[in-house]
Design a protein around this ligand. Structure first.
Ligand SMILES: NC(=O)c1ccc[n+]([C@@H]2O[C@H](COP(=O)([O-])OP(=O)(O)OC[C@H]3O[C@@H](n4cnc5c(N)ncnc54)[C@H](O)[C@@H]3O)[C@@H](O)[C@H]2O)c1
Length: 253
């Protein structure tokens, strides 16, 4: 990868597998030091050990849940203590929730999806932004979805959370531009990850993949390279934008 992030410190949520893991790998390969927050200790430990073998001391793992403001604040704090000033953040952790009509999926499913996909990003940014203000500049990428532009039938909470996340990205981009902090979102299309390949979900994935004009499901690396670009100075004049990375999936709606 040609993007140079050496000397930069990054914080990535949901980075132990799937798209988040690809993002962490890309940022480490670009020279950044990366703190990775995820819920599951096992996957996280394996990734941290592996990447620190490649570049010693470059990765910190922090177990935590983004739906807890206290846990995210503690993770950002641990990042600054370990690596110094925070420059970059990727708010990637997200869940699809249960499939069904709104009245069938229930209050708990709604709160679960919103609590991670929308509140979790807001709590993360509330911790990251003061750290970036202390650093004097920053760049944030929120991982939205093509379902923030269209609808995936049977997933109303997910669709609503991703539409709202793009709105949150634009609102904060406008508010923090004068402080030297750029905030963009990336909207992946259908990407092969544990989330989309899970039992019960794979059928939905296969149905969606059949109509992608570029002729294939996307990879985590497809998303990670766009994220790295948006975190780098190559995109210095870009803020408040949403980058759709979907093989033209949305054009087939
Ligand atoms: N895979 C796709 O096709 C696709 C498409 C569009 C958008 N997205 C978005 O990309 C992001 C990543 O999706 P993925 O497919 O890689 O998912 P995944 O399930 O494969 O991985 C999700 C990661 O997030 C972490 N996570 C989940 N809930 C968390 C929480 N409460 N606190 C901390 N970490 C948490 C998990 O531990 C894991 O590391 C999500 O925001 C998702 O909505 C994915």
């Amino acid at each position: 990868m040609l993007i140079d992030l050496s000397g930069k410190v990054a914080f990535v949520t949901g980075g132990s597998k799937g798209i988040g893991k690809s993002i962490v790998e890309a940022l480490v390969a670009s020279g950044a030091c990366v703190a990775v927050m995820a819920r599951e200790q096992g996957d996280l430990d394996a990734l941290v050990v592996h990447l620190n073998e490649q570049r010693p001391g470059s990765v910190l793992g922090v177990v935590g849940d983004v739906s807890s403001p206290e846990q995210v604040a503690a993770a950002v704090d641990a990042t600054e203590k370990r690596f110094g000033a925070l420059h970059l953040a990727v708010n990637n952790a997200g869940v699809a929730g249960s499939a069904g009509l709104l009245h069938d999926t229930g209050h708990d499913n709604w709160r679960h999806v919103m609590g991670i996909n929308l509140d979790g990003v807001a709590w993360s940014m509330m911790a990251e932004l003061p750290a970036m203000l202390r650093a004097g500049r920053g760049a944030i990428v929120n991982i939205a979805s093509v379902e923030g532009h269209t609808v995936l039938p049977g997933f109303p909470a997910y669709v609503a959370s991703k539409h709202a996340l793009i709105g949150l990205t634009k609102a904060t981009a406008a508010d923090y531009a004068a402080h030297g902090i750029r905030i963009n979102s990336v909207s992946p299309g259908v990407i092969a990850t544990p989330l989309t390949m899970a039992p019960g979900q794979k059928e939905v994935t296969d149905r969606l993949a059949a109509r992608i004009p570029l002729g294939r499901i996307g990879t985590g690396e497809d998303i990670a390279s766009t994220v790295a670009f948006l975190l780098s100075d190559l995109s210095a004049y870009t803020t408040g934008a949403d980058f759709v990375v979907d093989g033209a999936y949305l054009l087939r709606e």
